[in-house]
Design a protein around this ligand. Structure first.
Ligand code: NAD
Ligand code: MG
Length: 394
């Protein structure tokens, strides 16, 4: 059997590292075509030495020169490229079979779309790309015949609980609703007063998952669940009202599908991203992910409750953007990226995050999407409004 060639976009991040962990367990099956990283050059260098990709891609020329030198000195033949064109190039090259899209935020959109347009098997972790450009993205999937496999644990769970022919339409295949589970994040039991004073460090300390900073803050504000609601609408051709968010603090049930006959099918597992990664790598086969077997007796109980909409307004803002459609989700995503960055930099408080997003959305009417440039323009304008809000504040 010939090996599957994989490009890992965002190899140095949390998902990237987990992906390489699964790949290393199956080196007879998978070969690494390219690894990309934006910072953490020492980690990228170590990954190149271990996985020997044909290409590594970094952000800037200077980084590329130093990494190239270090790799040569270590006898590694990996060629180092830099810049956004190189990211797209290693995503769409004919030699590549599968692309793990694990760059965080809007920066991941162009290379992820390049992989989709080239008809690759696309393992989608970068939810922001789909949130921004849903209609175009899904159109490109249909057009190129790309195989889109969700990595987000909830969407991977939903995918596993759906019938094989779900693309025919949820009504056609007897699906009534999707139940999207949320851990509720580190502040799920906090009162409104205490939430005002939480620090970036507290926000990044997720009770169940170990993840990058941006998604950790999104989980704490529940914007992550809002982005996931939009993501689920696109992946499963669902309307926002067909998706119900359920807080489940143990993060063992990763999501559920409710059928018209009253059956509810769930996917369970330990909270470890190597499970959805291994699932998507091998689908429709199964491979070992390195994740321990689920011990239900040790877990003992599974709890479910409704999300607190007042404490976490981001969830409702995302639902409204999903209902508005057009450029609204790109605007929401852009304003959120600016707000999260400002929070992480200590410039604003945690409860300012939804305030900035709402103020930005109120200043921009959503428009029907024309093309990618139109989305990028909406993204840029939303960032401008959000930055202006920040500037006026100080
Ligand atoms: P991370 O911050 O740990 O890693 C991000 C990666 O993207 C790094 O390799 C970084 O070098 C690269 N990157 C950052 N900015 C870049 C830029 N401007 N250009 C090119 N590369 C850039 O993030 P993560 O937690 O691994 O998350 C990655 C994506 O996966 C996010 O979209 C996140 O929402 C999604 N996701 C993550 C998890 C998780 O458990 N970590 C779960 C579900 C979905
Ligand atoms: Mg998730």
């Amino acid at each position: 059997m010939s090996k599957t060639w994989i490009t890992v976009l965002g190899a140095t991040g949390s998902i990237g590292v987990s992906t390489l962990d699964v790949i290393a367990r199956h080196s007879e099956q998978y070969a690494v075509y390219a690894l990309t990283g934006f910072s953490r050059m020492a980690e990228l260098q170590a990954q190149c030495l271990e996985h020997r990709p044909i290409f590594a891609v970094v952000a800037e020329e200077q980084q590329a020169k130093s990494l190239q030198q270090a790799l040569r000195a270590a006898g590694c033949t990996t060629e180092v490229l830099w810049g956004s064109n190189a990211l797209a190039q290693v995503a769409e090259d004919p030699q590549v079979d599968a692309v793990m899209a694990a760059i965080v935020g809007a920066a991941g959109l162009a290379p992820t779309l390049a992989a989709v347009q080239a008809g690759k098997r696309v393992l989608l972790a970068n939810k922001e790309a789909l949130v921004m450009s849903g209609a175009l993205f899904m159109q490109a999937v249909r057009h190129s015949g790309a195989v889109l496999l969700p990595i987000d644990s909830e969407h991977n769970a939903i995918f596993q609980c759906m019938p094989a022919n779900y693309a025919a339409g949820l009504g056609q295949v007897g699906v009534r609703r999707i139940l999207l589970t949320a851990s509720g994040g580190p502040f799920r039991d906090m009162c409104a007063q205490d939430l005002k004073n939480v620090t970036p460090q507290q926000a990044c300390a997720h009770p169940n998952w170990s993840m990058g900073q941006k998604i950790s803050v999104d989980s704490a504000s529940m914007m992550n669940k809002g982005l996931e609601l939009i993501e689920a609408c696109w992946l499963f051709d669902a309307r926002p009202e067909q998706i119900e968010v359920v807080v489940h603090p143990q993060s063992v049930v990763h999501s559920l599908v409710d059928y018209v006959d009253g059956s509810v099918i769930a996917q369970l597992g330990n909270p470890d991203m190597r499970t959805p990664i291994a699932h998507a790598l091998a689908w429709p086969e199964r491979i070992d992910s390195g994740v321990n077997a689920l011990d239900l007796l040790a877990i003992g109980r599974l709890d479910f409750r409704a999300p607190d909409r007042e404490l976490f307004p981001c969830l409702e803002l995302a639902r409204q953007a999903a209902e508005a459609g057009g450029t609204a989700c790109a605007q929401l995503n852009a304003a959120n990226e600016v707000a999260v960055e400002a929070f992480l930099a200590g410039r604003i408080g945690f409860t300012d995050i939804p305030v900035i997003i709402e103020a930005t959305l109120n200043r921009m009417a959503p428009e029907p999407v024309q093309d990618l440039n139109h989305i990028m323009a909406a993204d840029a304008l939303a960032r401008e409004h959000a930055h202006r809000w920040l500037a006026n504040r100080h």
